[in-house]
Design a protein around this ligand. Structure first.
Ligand code: SAM
Length: 261
């Protein structure tokens, strides 16, 4: 079943409401209970440099809900224009801004109002002038063709019921020689429809996990080559329900980089 067909058996409106509710709480009440770990200890374990984390707003890191580290793969350079898909409270956008300098720019895109409100407030308080946060959907990017040098994303694309659209849109907004570096949740085996059509499990970053070879095919179809990949063994889910699904279907975190052909 293709990703878009599969989405038909999932109530996508309900999924969007659930995802917005979960990540609204991630922004506003990061000390609450979630299926996943958050915050600075997680970021350091995944590979973020403490020096970088010291230079960005601590409140953003409290709501960090990424699943891996990919800045080494992204290899950001001074002057790069970077887009972060599903930017949450802004951790990766602020880290990217440290690397691209004043001649570069970083744009974060998210659909959840509370995340946008928080990331914009933190940007203003900390004075990150080359950073903007836009409201929108990763399946329908509000940007011109070829606007960016690099697209990054952390723990987000698994949440989309239209992953084929997401990768097509990424290919469209990247310029020639553009690269995509991401961390995301995938699975070793294909999951049954009973799990894939469950909006709760989907919002918990499990139901939407694509089988890893299928995921790479979705990336390569619109014109990318995946050139490097690795597993993030330090990422773990926290709830029993999530841990069980990981054991049954090999749900895991990976980071990879893909380059436009
Ligand atoms: C697991 S969080 C990760 C946030 C951030 N990347 C981080 O590392 O903290 C997922 C984020 O993606 C956003 N998101 C999920 N699906 C989206 C979609 N279809 N379009 C735009 N944003 C989306 C959510 O609102 C949430 O902020």
């Amino acid at each position: 079943m293709g990703v878009s067909e599969m989405a038909q058996s999932l109530d996508v409106d309900r999924l969007e409401r659930e995802v917005k509710a979960v990540y609204g709480s991630v922004a506003q009440a990061p000390d609450g209970e979630f299926h996943f770990e958050m915050g600075r200890p997680l970021a350091e374990r995944l590979g973020y440099s403490p020096d970088d984390l010291d230079r960005i707003p601590a409140d953003a890191i409290d709501s960090f809900a990424g699943v891996g580290y990919h800045f080494d793969l992204a290899d950001l350079r001074e002057g790069d224009h970077v887009l972060d898909l599903g930017s949450g409270s802004g951790t990766d956008v602020f880290v990217a801004a440290l690397h691209v300098g004043e001649t570069g720019s970083v744009t974060g895109l998210d659909m959840t109002a509370e995340q946008l409100e928080k990331s914009r407030r933190l940007r203003d308080e900390a004075g990150f002038e080359n950073v903007t946060f836009e409201e929108g959907y990763i399946e329908d990017l509000p940007f011109e063709d070829g606007s960016f040098d690099v697209v990054i994303s952390n723990g987000v694309i698994n949440l989309s019921a239209q992953k084929d659209r997401v990768f097509e849109e990424i290919a469209r907004v990247l310029g020639p020689d553009g690269r995509l570096a991401l961390s995301d949740i995938v699975s070793e085996s294909r999951m049954p429809d009973s799990i894939k059509s469950n909006a709760d499990l989907w919002a918990a970053c499990i139901g939407g996990a694509e089988q890893v070879d299928d995921y790479e095919s979705l990336i390569e179809t619109p014109g990318f080559d995946v050139t490097e990949r690795r597993e993030n063994h330090h990422y773990e889910f926290t709830s029993d329900q999530a841990v069980n699904a990981c054991q049954s279907y090999g749900v895991k975190s990976v980071s990879l980089v893909a380059r436009k052909r």
